[in-house]
Structures are given as C-alpha cells and as structure tokens.
Design a protein. Structure first.
Length: 265
C-alpha cells in the first residue's frame, strides 16, 4: 500500500509539470468548460438522467442487479475462504496457509479464464439472460455442494467453478449493457456497473464480518449464500423476462452492438 501511494504521488508530480491542455481535450472556441461547480452540477445531472434511464429499461437494470447480487455474495465467500485457510485448514502456520491460498488463487484464475471459452458458445444456444440466470443458480449449487464440505481439496474445485460462474455473469452482463443501452447513456451505465461491481463486493465482505466465526467455518452462512445465489438467478430471470434484447429474439428497443467493451472487472 505504501509503494502504491508513492507511485500516485510520483505520477502527480510528473503531471504537475505539464501544461493544462497538453493531453487534451481540444475545445472549439466558446465551448471551454465553465466554472468547476457548474461542471460538477452538469455531471450530477447527467448521472441522474442515467439513473432514470436505467429505472425505465429492465434489460440494463436487471444486468446491474445481477452483478450487484453476485458480487455481494462473492464478497462473503472471499472472507470465509481466507479465514478458513488461515484459521481452520492451517491454524498453526500463516506462511503455509498463504502458500495454499496462492494455489487456490491459481486454480481460481484458471476458472476465470475458462469463462471466456465456455460462455460464448453457451450464448449461441441460449439467450444471455438465460445464461446469467443459470450461472447464478450454478454458483448456488456449487456453494452448497463444495462450499459446505469445508474440505481443502474440494475448495480448489469450488474456487474454479465459482470464478468461472462469476466471470461468466460479468461477460454476459457487460454485453447486455453494451447491446441494450442507447449510445447517449452507455458510458454512464458502465460507470454504474463499475461502482456496482466494486461496492457490492466490499459490502459483502464488510457485512459478513459481524457474523462469520474466526475460523470461517459456518455452514449457516454458506447455506445463506447458496440460497442467495439461487434467489438472485430466479429474481434476475423473472425481472428480465420482458426485456430480452433483439439479439436474444426479444422485443428490446435498442440496436445491438458488435461486441461488449471490456470492463474493469
């Protein structure tokens, strides 16, 4: 954290040597930005307009909701997994626990990458909203079957499948936002997506801190998370049924784009 902070300070020092207009943008005469408060007000007004747009369009709204629900539950599992490895699997040796967490992260990364191989073929056979709902339900099933085992080997498979389903939802959700959002609002909805992604993840981790035992072993919490994934999948399916995009064979109102832009997820 200290090194990262020093890098930010160094970058700021370099930026301070540049002219204000060196990196753009280029403004036409008479279109230069106004006073700071006025510009901030314009940004707030744009975001409020985007929020209204989201509330009126079930496709983007349900994709954001699925992202938030999935990441909230993922945040809980992240804390539980760390505590299990540190205080349940290897309570007497932090270095050994860290080594096995690295192995878990490596296996999970493979699952993350496999989502790019599994999800595109799936969306050629099923609608993206069906894939999102199925992936959320699958995450709930995996949590119930593997997460409740509290077995280290099973948790390697758990990490693989959990990251595959999580990234699969992200791929489909960002594509839905890309296809079902009008050009004028797309950038702002992707800003909402990034906030939803990160805030929900942190909120899940914070919320479970008051309930999870020190060693992380809590069948009740894992059961709630499993049920939460299933409920999220069912809720997304029900809420999005009337908002299928043209590319999904539905009656959406906006034209699909060629491909989703990569997100910060």
């Amino acid at each position: 954290m200290l090194v990262a902070g020093c890098c930010y300070v160094a970058a700021s020092a370099v930026a301070a040597t540049m002219r204000r207009d060196l990196l753009g943008p280029q403004f036409e005469p008479g279109t230069e930005p106004g006073p700071l408060l006025g510009e901030v007000g314009a940004v707030v007004a744009d975001l409020v307009a985007a929020a209204r747009y989201t509330a009126q369009h079930r496709g983007p709204a349900s994709a954001l909701g699925a992202t938030g629900a999935g990441k909230f539950l993922f945040g809980i599992l992240t804390v539980v997994s760390i505590l299990l490895y540190r205080n349940y699997f290897y309570p007497s040796s932090a270095p050994v626990a860290e080594g096995h967490v690295v192995l878990l992260a490596a296996v999970s990364a493979v699952g993350y990458g496999c989502a790019a191989l599994v999800v595109p073929p799936a969306t050629r056979r099923l609608s993206k909203r069906a894939v999102i709902a199925l992936l959320l339900v699958a995450a709930g099933v995996v949590t119930a079957l593997l997460g409740e085992s509290f077995d280290e080997i099973a948790y390697l498979a758990f990490g693989f499948f959990l990251y595959l389903t999580s990234q699969g939802v992200a791929i489909c959700a960002t594509t839905v936002l890309q296809e079902d959002t009008d050009d004028a609002f797309r950038g702002r909805l992707f800003a909402f997506y990034d906030v939803m992604f990160n805030v929900s993840l942190a909120a899940g981790a914070i919320a479970c801190a008051a309930f999870v035992p020190r060693d992380g072993r809590s069948p009740a919490i894992l059961g709630v998370v499993a049920a939460g994934y299933v409920a999220a999948g069912a809720g997304y399916w029900a809420f999005s049924r009337q908002s299928a995009s043209p590319s999904d064979g539905g009656s959406g109102t906006s034209k699909p784009s060629a491909a989703a832009q990569p997100s910060s997820s």
